[in-house]
Design a protein around this ligand. Sequence first.
Ligand code: NDP
Length: 714
Amino acid sequence: MFFHLTGNPLLALLQNNTITFIERNDMKLENYVLGRWITGDGEGQALYDAVTGETIAHATTKGLDFDSVLQYGREVGNTSLRKLSFHERGRMLKALAIHLLEKKEKFYSISYHSGATKADSWIDIEGGVGNLFANASLRRKFPDLPYCTDGEPIGLSKGGSFMGHHLLVPKEGVAVHINAYNFPVWGMLEKCAVNWLAGVPAVVKPASITSYLTEAVVKEIIASGILPKGALQLICGSAGNMLDFVTAQDVVTFTGSKSTGLMLKSQKRILEESVPFNMEADSLNAIVLGSDVSPNTPEWDIFIKEVRKEMTVKAGQKCTAIRRIFVPEHLLEDAYIALGKSLAGTTIGNPLNEKVRMGSLASRDQRDEVKQNVQKLLASSHIVYGSLDSVEVIDADANKGAFLSPLLLLSENGFRNEAVHEIECFGPVSTIMPYNDLSEAIQLTKKGKGSLCCSIITANNKIATEFVVGAATHHGRILVLNQECAKESTGHGSPLPMLIHGGPGRAGGGEEMGGVRGVKHYMQRVAVQGSPTTITAITGQYQPNAKGIESKVHPFKKYFEELEVGDQIVTAKRMITSEDIDAFADLSGDHFYAHIKDTDFAGTMFEQQVAHGYFIMSAAAGLFVDSYEKNPVLLNYGIDELRFTKPVYPGNEIFIRFTCKEKLPQDPKDENDIPKGIVKWLVEILDDANEHVGVATILTMVAKRQRVDKEKKS
Ligand code: NDP
């Protein structure tokens, strides 16, 4: 049966569970620039099937005008994206994620050409789409505006009429992503999800050798019409002189080798224009087996499984893969024998064969580079599992495909072996080394001079604490793995959208993803000073001491659309009595000594019986909640912050200044859901001296008028 991989120049013939490529040498990948698909000049670089070694496409960017590409991104893509609010951009990400999931089978079928198994491709394809979903949900952490505040408001005057706040606005440039070959889909989506949420367009330059898969995904993205024009451009092939045209409003991110990263980072244009450059380079990630673990504890099996997984998933071509293994000296032999046995169970070969657990490397060049690097390591270590010269493969030709056996090396002394902390073999290769005590293990992990991720296997929390605190300066992420979390653990090698990914020193010194942190990377921070009323207007959040908008109608009677940030009421006063406090103590069961009138208050923080803070908050609600009648407020959603700042004694009067602080729209879950939004209210509780006795931010769900209109219609 023939089928055409729509939008991709590969033709495939599915036969007996193998895909044979029909080569068409004129099949050049296309670049998506300036709003259209363009083929570069010349023949370009040949791209090969990693399993069969056959040519499957060519990549060329010759003839592209990179200055215009960046300019188009800034003028067309940025202009559209920066107008959208975070919520609109988040919904766009969600729609795109859903669309790509519908097309995923097409991507899987292409991904096999890179030597990836189904499980490897899942990480790349569905992991990438997962990043879109995660960032789509992240919109809820932002206002429904194109920009946002950063941190807390800062009072700058005694009288309260002058303040400062930090504002983040989308940069006016493009995000230029120069990616590595190992994750052609995830590598693009994990970054684009973040810059799109921030309101910045992207120019993606995948590593050439696997760019055919990125091209296929971009074809679907563009065809979906979900992104505004100019939000995404794709370069398949050389980046040419693109970096000569970047400006301070652009952001360059790089993932790949340390040498290329350094070369690009130190380019004159990057330095002269102060272009933000985020680098994520290869690193010598490590795992430590805690001294509390022995072959008869559950953590032993967890350790063996984790190392095998890290060595063989994606054939070890993961920036986070474990390259160095540190075990207590007395367990060295047990550990490498057990690891060898486990690795021996890894079936290698054509990833289309269901029995295969490890596919090939992405290209024969990569395999040769790995072999050369292993040779360098062998000057100070020896192989305890695997072979450099031969590999048994299923359903494939070991000479034609980029196959390599997993290789476990042993080095007797990690302190005297510099190469093992320097040279990265970007394949299924790792070196095991002994340590004597935990401080030695910490020092050994640090000899990598900065890594993306480090793990320790221990069930002892003292060991875990000492290790994490001691090693934290040199690793971007630390996983503490034991029986309690192993089953649900996401594993050593998985960067997660809500946690930062990157690492110090050798790992490039960059940070990406990390939830809200990552989004800020594509935004410009500015400190804004002015009156609280002005800062309220700019930020869309009510600032302390700003002028309120006197509301003739109680704000609870207004629908979501009708409410304005700053809408305010000041309530009547209520006297707090000793009987009230006694009654609240009886009702709640809170008989803390300070609330009991007979207490001897000498040596306490109070002069006499004091009202419960929660009673004051409840009494506050009694003052600011309006009527018995149904109103647009659907429910009380919770309290974000609550402080009791001054004691309230019997005979004191309290009143409330109640202000609409912020509005966050919510998307209906389905067509039956009530259209509504979240409204945050500032509750200032004041006493007869006009001083604050408490401050809270409460949350309510408020119906939209749209609901009433909808009900009228039906
Ligand atoms: P490279 O550093 O060679 O390339 C990374 C990216 O940079 C590719 O897109 C490449 O494009 C691009 N590039 C290379 N030269 C230039 C240039 N002059 N101007 C602009 N862009 C350029 O890494 P590879 O992808 O080839 O992988 C090689 C090594 O990188 C691996 O062996 C491994 O050690 C490391 N690596 C690290 C990863 C990490 O996440 N930390 C991930 C993958 C690899 P092109 O492909 O067209 O040359």
